[in-house]
Design a protein around this ligand. Structure first.
Ligand SMILES: [Zn+2]
Ligand SMILES: [Zn+2]
Length: 387
């Protein structure tokens, strides 16, 4: 169900009736038939438990599997986990791993480019949410997977791509019916697991392409429309930290702080303790801190744009920023040295303690620089508000 748009084409591309049928029929069943059924026959606890299980299974297969594992290679996974994600992805009905990843890699490479980004947010909410899938925007490139040659070496990816239609039907129709037979309510389970779950899975994922490029903050970069939103992260298993993700796309985390709600990150990390995942990639902390500081400098510069003495303040800001950068460089360099010397038994105790002392010193220096920088930013923002 994924296409690539060509906005330069004047005439609208033809509609894709299969996708329109899937989106509208599941929505009608979820919004009309399910409430009607609930009113007349009622749903039991088992319906809601299965809804939560299936919704989470599908969501995590997309976020941990399709997105962070296959599209971004943010970690490696055991074949058994890849198999589970492949089944969950077909259940989520978002096309095959190969197709999804290919579209997603183009999205990152050409983000916000209306001609190349398959779901460019610059074309508006509707287009980036669902519009891109209801017309045949792809041209001749629909099955061009040349940007996913690495994935074509994964037998599970190829197998899922080949049998995607059958797997999708089995999971979306067969499985809910099976649950219905087990619990003695085929229609109720079909409505809940077939329709309500599918609509929730679809639209929460689609929000990453639409809302995550409209709503929220830009703490790391404003070079693209991607945004961080804790609210969105809650509904999307952590994918709402999309501003961070667009700048450090190979990081297995999207929410990097420990308090960030990112169950996908927790799942990947927990699986590493069981030996099911490995080679978890993280962006270097120095790069993250630098991106954040550079972004706050840009914001401060924007805030003083109209001030008569902006030249002076800008010089001060720039100076303070450079001091902060060099202090950051020193700190992370020494931290690295300290870690390396810890591993090296040959390093004498004396050398190690000298290094530790310097490290403490530089750490203190960085803390002072950071608070001086924050103070400066605060006073600029305060004055900007008063202006
Ligand atoms: Zn994006
Ligand atoms: Zn991504």
């Amino acid at each position: 169900m994924s296409q690539s748009p060509k906005s330069s084409i004047k005439e609208k591309p033809p509609l894709i009736w299969l996708n329109i049928f899937i989106f509208t029929s599941s929505l009608a069943l979820a919004l009309i038939a399910a409430p009607w059924y609930a009113f007349n026959y009622g749903f039991g606890g088992e319906h809601f438990v299965w809804l939560l299980i299936c919704f989470s299974f599908c969501s995590l297969s997309i976020t941990a599997g399709y997105h962070r594992l296959w599209s971004h290679k943010a970690y490696q996974a055991h074949w058994s986990l890849r198999f589970i994600f492949a089944i969950g992805g077909a259940f989520a009905l978002q096309n095959s791993i190969l197709h999804w990843s290919s579209d997603h890699r183009v999205h990152h490479k050409h983000v916000d480019n209306n001609d190349k980004d398959p779901y460019s947010a610059k074309r508006g909410f509707w287009f980036s949410h669902i519009g891109w899938m209801i017309r045949d925007y792809h041209g001749d490139a629909y099955d061009n997977y040349s940007n996913c040659r690495d994935l074509q070496k994964d037998k599970i990816v190829l197998w899922q791509h080949k049998y995607y239609g059958a797997l999708a039907l089995l999971m979306n129709v067969g499985f809910p019916i099976l649950l219905g037979i087990i619990h003695g309510d085929v229609i109720g389970m079909f409505l809940m697991i077939g329709a309500v779950r599918l609509v929730l899975n679809h639209h929460t994922t689609f929000f990453i392409n639409s809302l995550a490029h409209i709503w929220g903050t830009q703490p790391y970069t404003d070079k693209n429309t991607a945004r961080d939103s804790a609210t969105l992260a809650f509904f999307t298993f952590g994918e709402g930290y999309h501003n961070y993700h667009h700048i450090f796309e190979n990081d297995y985390r999207n929410g990097i702080e420990w308090w960030h709600y990112d169950p996908t990150k927790w799942l990947i990390k927990s699986c590493s303790w069981l030996g099911l995942t490995g080679q978890l990639r993280k962006a270097p902390q120095l790069k993250i801190e630098k991106a954040k500081a550079a972004m706050s400098l840009r914001n401060a510069q924007k805030a003083i744009e109209t001030w008569p003495n902006k030249q002076d303040i800008n010089t001060k800001l720039q100076h303070e920023f450079e001091v902060l950068m060099s202090s950051m460089n020193d700190y992370y360099e020494l931290k690295k040295q300290l870690l390396e010397s810890k591993k090296d038994d040959m390093v004498k105790k004396y050398e190690y303690s000298v290094l530790t002392l310097r490290y403490k010193d530089i750490k203190k220096n960085l803390a002072q620089q950071t608070s001086a920088w924050n103070y400066m930013l605060m006073s600029v923002t305060k004055k900007a508000r008063a202006h």
